[in-house]
Design a binder for this molecule. Sequence first.
Ligand code: NAD
Length: 269
Amino acid sequence: MPRFNRLLITGAAGNLGSVLREGLAPLATTLRLTDRAGMGDAAAHEEIVQADVGDLGAMLDVVAECDAVVHFGAAPVEKPWEEILNSSIKGGYNVYEAARRYGIKRVVYASSIHAVGYVRREEGADTHTEHRPDTLYGLSKCFVEDLAKLYFMKFGIESALLRINSCFPEPADRRHLATWMSFRDLVQLVTRCLVAERIGCTVVYGISENRERFFSNEKAAHLGYRPQDSAEDWREEVEAKCPPGDPFDPGVEFAGGVFCNYGHPDDAE
Ligand SMILES: NC(=O)c1ccc[n+]([C@@H]2O[C@H](COP(=O)([O-])OP(=O)(O)OC[C@H]3O[C@@H](n4cnc5c(N)ncnc54)[C@H](O)[C@@H]3O)[C@@H](O)[C@H]2O)c1
């Protein structure tokens, strides 16, 4: 029997949203899908609502009658400030505020490694490490993580804050040997965050069972996430095509990788 009557996925037209659209289907009688981009036709178990997550009125309509929210709709990389402000910061606020108004009790949020991008690789971090954003993008993830903490303490909304590292079909470079997460592991992690009896307000790193890693999920064991895939399976292929970088290049020194090399997104070219 499905765990939810109606489960909402934001960012459903995106790469990860599309993976979750398929992977989370068994959990709900109805999946409600939202994005500002087109999402194709709705299957029998789906409802599709096209909307801008930065518009509170629109999001109140989208969130109504849902039992839980999987919030993945946002600027997915560094973008100009106005885009970060609307899609990621206001968008995050609108989702949590709509959840509060409708009495929704659990949100799974796609945060990012870039909330702690200025962690040195060799120092590593766990799920209690303070924020060290490497971009305005990373800063927006810090904002929504703190918003989630406020809405947990004050309004009792549980959250899983997924600091996803690099979730792609396969690892593309040497950094990904530590940061990669498979689509299968993403579906398992989001599922665990939705079905675990109590999640509180928990940060968890979105990574597969990689031999190399910058982050520890030891303090998130209550979620019961057991990654099944490993970047190790791609090591030979990746090392053959990608020569090692300079260890003192900020893109190699810090966990955030090339994002640590970016300037301000609003500076003229
Ligand atoms: N792919 C990764 O490795 C990775 C790593 C860390 C975090 N994340 C986070 O996961 C989420 C999904 O990422 P993705 O890789 O699937 O990116 P994506 O660009 O494929 O998906 C993002 C989706 O959000 C939608 N969106 C953006 N602004 C919107 C707005 N104002 N209103 C409505 N919809 C809007 C886009 O249309 C898009 O479909 C993002 O929040 C991203 O920051 C992804």
